[in-house]
Design a protein around this ligand. Structure first.
Ligand SMILES: Nc1ncnc2c1ncn2[C@@H]1O[C@H](COP(=O)(O)OP(=O)(O)OP(=O)(O)O)[C@@H](O)[C@H]1O
Ligand SMILES: [Mg+2]
Length: 448
């Protein structure tokens, strides 16, 4: 980690703190009611047993100064008691439930089993997403070229892809398999720098929706807050801990995606909701990979996004039937190796503004990919090997060259050499064996 910049967040004037959620000073800053926070504390004590004030504060992700008022109220109501202390201040006091409090905690569990960091009300979530919107992330020519430098792509692709990424809307990548669609989508996601704050949970009409998901959200414990906060170094205690400070999310879904996964997932036992993929992707990128391979017809899947894409707002349904609006703030990337015209009608495809073909490599591009893979694998490149593959396979079996072939063929060469206990090199024999085990010998050029 680099040295700490001169100015720390704690010295920053209050109004400059808009770029990150400042730790709440008082209950009203949280947007939650005293009842809600007290129930959360009771439930925490119920599942965790005795806890110090400081431990409770960390668990519910609210400053101790703020929860202490609620702890006092709970003591006065004889819901909790102090059982001892580890030190002189109330943060070190050990709290425990007593009779009435235990009954109250059980009632609170009936309503929702949620225990954990206090949620952020929907309104605050919306404001936060607006501040850290994906629209504030953009790429320049240099960033795009650098971020895709591990791939060999035609110049024309960069010219369309850059503006498409900066639209912060949707991109449709299509082309034959193995030419880098998934690799491009992932690389684009990674180059959208900056960090955002993702709430552990959002509260809507008293219901809890868990949003933070360690599978999709990469936490940054301490570091510079971006965008627009150069010089502000975030310490753990300087921001609202109800949020996790994360990289912009990258959520990748594939052929397993179903329509109901795009709505709230309700668990009737815990009475909790899981946020759908697009909410987890807010502030980042949602990749719908292998589009058209889902069990849902592509038309329905595309239809699902049209309104959210245009309004930048999605509507989710609670199990009670109530609907509420939630930000739809991600760059949506579809990737497919199916023919776009066969997937959906033009009228639908029109809604996805940027359609980018990812073509088979030219001869020169193929050569460059092959040379690079050789270098990475530590296998000496020979033009003869390339000529052999071209003659015997691309022309011999009329197989169209794909950008992934060099990587795949050379890994076969390495595997076979290891098995034969000989150094990996591009001998006629090894190349031939590699290709025989990689290509289907009856592959035809109907693949395009
Ligand atoms: N243009 C390229 N330059 C260099 N390497 C590439 C390129 N395209 C693909 N590769 C290599 O091939 C691998 C597979 O590519 P990728 O999975 O991105 O293809 P795809 O277009 O998504 O294929 P599919 O349609 O089958 O999903 C990449 O991880 C990379 O190693
Ligand atoms: Mg792919």
């Amino acid at each position: 980690m680099s040295a700490m910049p001169a100015m720390s967040s704690n010295d920053a004037p209050r109004e400059r703190r808009r770029d990150f959620p400042a730790a709440p000073d008082k209950l009203s800053d949280t947007g939650l009611t005293g009842d809600f926070v007290r129930d959360l504390l009771l439930k925490t004590l119920y599942v965790q047993g005795t806890r110090t004030g400081q431990q409770l504060s960390e668990f519910v992700a609210l400053p101790f100064g703020l929860i202490d008022d609620e702890l006092l109220t709970l003591q006065q109501r004889r819901f909790i008691e102090v059982r001892g202390t580890h030190g002189p201040n109330r943060g070190s006091y050990i709290f425990d439930l007593v009779g009435e409090g235990r009954a109250r905690a059980k009632d609170a569990f009936e309503a929702s089993q949620y225990v954990g960091p206090a949620p952020v009300p929907l309104l605050q979530y919306r404001e936060r997403m607006e501040i850290q919107s994906i629209r504030h992330a953009h790429v320049t020519q240099e960033v795009l070229r650098e971020g895709l430098s591990h791939l060999v792509l035609e110049d024309g692709l960069f010219e369309v892809l850059g503006p498409a990424v900066n639209s912060s809307k949707s991109i449709f990548l299509y082309g034959h398999p193995g030419n880098g669609k998934t690799a491009i989508a992932e690389a684009v996601s990674q180059m959208l720098g900056g960090t955002i704050f993702i709430p552990h949970a959002v509260e809507v009409d008293g219901q809890i929706i868990t949003v933070f998901d360690p599978v999709h959200h990469e936490v940054i414990e301490e570091g510079p807050a971006t965008p627009g906060t150069e010089g502000i170094w975030l310490r753990k205690d300087s921001y609202d801990r109800r949020y996790a400070h994360c990289r912009r999310p990258i959520v990748l879904t594939g052929g397993e995606l179903t329509l109901d996964q795009l709505d709230l997932q309700y668990d009737p036992f815990t009475k909790l909701y899981q946020a759908p993929f697009q909410v987890k992707a807010n502030g980042g990128v949602l990749i719908v990979d292998d589009f058209g391979r889902q069990r849902v017809p592509p038309r329905d899947l595309l239809n699902r996004w049209i309104v959210p894409l245009e309004k930048r707002m999605d509507y989710l349904t609670m199990h009670t039937g109530g609907k509420f609006p939630i930000p739809f703030d991600c760059l949506l990337i579809f990737a497919t190796n199916l023919e776009p015209a066969e997937l959906v009608e033009e009228a639908f495809l029109r809604r996805i503004h940027y359609k980018i073909p990812v073509n088979n490599p030219t001869k020169a591009e193929y050569l460059l990919i092959f040379q690079r893979v050789c270098e990475n694998e530590g296998i000496a490149f020979t033009p003869e090997a390339l000529a052999q593959i071209d003659r015997d396979w691309y022309r011999g079996h009329r197989i169209p060259p794909r950008a992934c072939h060099p990587r795949d063929i050379l890994s076969h060469v390495a595997d076979i050499a290891k098995y034969m206990n000989v150094p990996a090199r591009l001998s006629t024999d090894l190349v031939d064996r590699a290709c025989r085990s990689y290509f289907l010998s009856n592959e035809q050029d109907h693949q395009g």
